[in-house]
Design a binder for this molecule. Structure first.
Ligand code: MN
Length: 203
């Protein structure tokens, strides 16, 4: 597995193709409290690029350009959280995007297991280790174990996308999924405004 770590932003001129798998690591699950620490990206070729975001950093121009590029679909698992973090800490609205968790929930209605680890195991036969999930992502020097874990969160998304997109077509829910993906930036903004709990759409 090849991992390239960048400090602060992607290098000039790096292109990762029309479908880029993206994940992020943070200090916690509260976007208003917990800062963005690392953004992982992969073109789907088995390698990963990572951008370490410094304390107090408020933008990353090259990364931001990719996140907002209309010709690049950003592929996530549970996009809702990552894009709220990108809005909060990089000031960008991520679009267009695709979320494998939503694709799974819309098609694999026979199960309630839609975690990345579950999907990798059930759709690809790959065992993901979640050991480093709750480690200190704010460390100035990340360990090789942390980097390998962080990379594994983006390396299989293209293969999952292929399977899940096929299921969306088979079940006649691709357009519904697209409508959900288009709405996600708004959903992320609502989360940042505090409309998460109780949910805006709740009675
Ligand atoms: Mn992750």
């Amino acid at each position: 597995m090849s991992i390239t770590l960048h400090k602060g932003d992607l290098p000039d001129g790096l292109t990762l193709g029309p479908l880029v798998a993206i994940d992020s690591e943070t200090m916690g699950l509260n976007p208003g409290r917990d800062r963005l620490c690392l953004v992982q990206l992969s073109s789907g070729d088995g390698t990963a690029h990572m951008v370490q975001i410094g304390q107090g950093q408020t933008s990353a121009p090259n990364l931001g350009r990719m996140l907002t590029d209309p010709a690049t679909t950003k592929l996530f698992h549970f996009a809702r959280f990552d894009i709220a973090m990108f809005k909060q800490y990089l000031g960008v609205t991520t679009a267009p995007l695709y979320c494998t968790k939503i694709a799974s929930k819309l098609t694999r209605t026979f199960t309630d297991k839609h975690g990345l680890k579950d999907l990798c195991k059930e759709l690809l036969g790959i065992e993901l280790s979640k050991q480093q999930q709750s480690s200190d992502w704010g460390a100035v020097e990340l360990t090789s174990e942390q980097l390998a874990y962080a990379a594994s969160d983006v390396l299989y998304l293209h293969r999952l996308w292929e399977k899940l997109d096929g299921l969306l077509v088979r079940e006649g829910r691709r357009e519904l999924a697209e409508a959900c993906f288009r709405f996600l930036p708004t959903r992320g903004q609502l989360d940042l405004l505090g409309y998460e709990d109780p949910d805006l759409f709740h009675h």
